[in-house]
Design a protein around this ligand. Structure first.
Ligand code: SAM
Length: 234
């Protein structure tokens, strides 16, 4: 196989501090805001001039957290309950040759602050620190295919999960005025039902934890109901 060397043009500052609970595709959780911070070589306004004319951009990135684990020819898409296998190139699995990912995300702005160029993004599905290897504008006239079909992944994944918060969790959120969307952000992450397929088959109450921004969040799942029980600073 030919070898190529590529390096990051920037990296992502994301509220998702661990893989668990990151949505499986971009734009499923619109409140997931992030910054793309350019590396020194690309830290010049010329590189992005005109990009603010686009509402959405493509990010090409490296699945850096799992890249060293290699790939499999066949994977078990969560869509299929983790039971059926498909070829890796028929999926968006992270364990793939070259570990390259792609996400179309909302571009909310371009920032040049204290000598640092950044893109302000929303609806991301990327781990904090993800290296970005290229950025391209999303072109609706060509990228949006209205007659496309997608077999086992044809529809937006919907769950029936409901999300409630204990009074203590609500009180804590009310004090976090610098994140006005925090409650909706947490609720939308949990509505995606981030649990692995095999856990979804378990009966009875289960307890989980995740880190978003600098918060440790704990919740209980019973059937299709999530109850956020505690939120604390990390
Ligand atoms: N939209 C991209 C694509 O289609 O190439 C990513 C799809 S992949 C199924 C999404 C998952 O990748 C997330 O749920 C998260 O668990 C994982 N992920 C996100 N950033 C990652 C990173 N830097 N390294 C490894 N895994 C990552």
């Amino acid at each position: 196989m030919s070898e190529y060397s590529i390096s990051a043009v920037g990296h992502i500052q994301s509220p998702y501090k661990q893989k668990f609970a990151i949505p499986r595709q971009p734009r499923l959780v619109p409140q997931a805001k992030a910054k793309l911070i350019f590396t020194t070589e690309f830290n010049r306004e010329e590189f992005v001039r005109g990009i603010e004319e686009f509402s959405h951009i493509w990010l090409l990135f490296r699945f850096h957290e799992t890249a060293d684990k290699g790939y499999s020819a066949m994977v078990r898409p969560p869509r299929l309950g983790g039971n059926e296998r498909k070829g890796v190139f028929a999926t968006r699995a992270t364990f793939r040759p070259n570990a390259i990912g792609m996400s179309a995300v909302k571009l909310e702005g371009v920032e040049y602050k204290n000598g640092q160029l950044s893109l302000l993004l929303a609806g991301i599905d990327l781990l904090d620190g993800t290296p970005i290897v290229d950025i391209k504008p999303y072109l609706p006239y060509s990228d949006a295919m209205h007659d496309a079909s997608a077999g086992f992944a044809d529809t937006r994944p919907e769950t029936q999960m409901s999300v409630e918060f204990t009074p203590e969790a609500i009180d804590f959120i009310a004090t976090q005025t610098h994140y006005p969307e925090l409650k909706d952000f947490i609720a939308n992450v949990l509505k995606q039902d981030p649990r692995p397929a095999y856990k979804k088959q378990k009966q009875g109450e289960q307890s989980y934890g995740m880190t978003l921004y600098n918060y440790n969040i704990r919740w209980q799942v019973n059937g299709e109901h999530n109850l956020v029980t505690s939120i604390e600073n990390t």
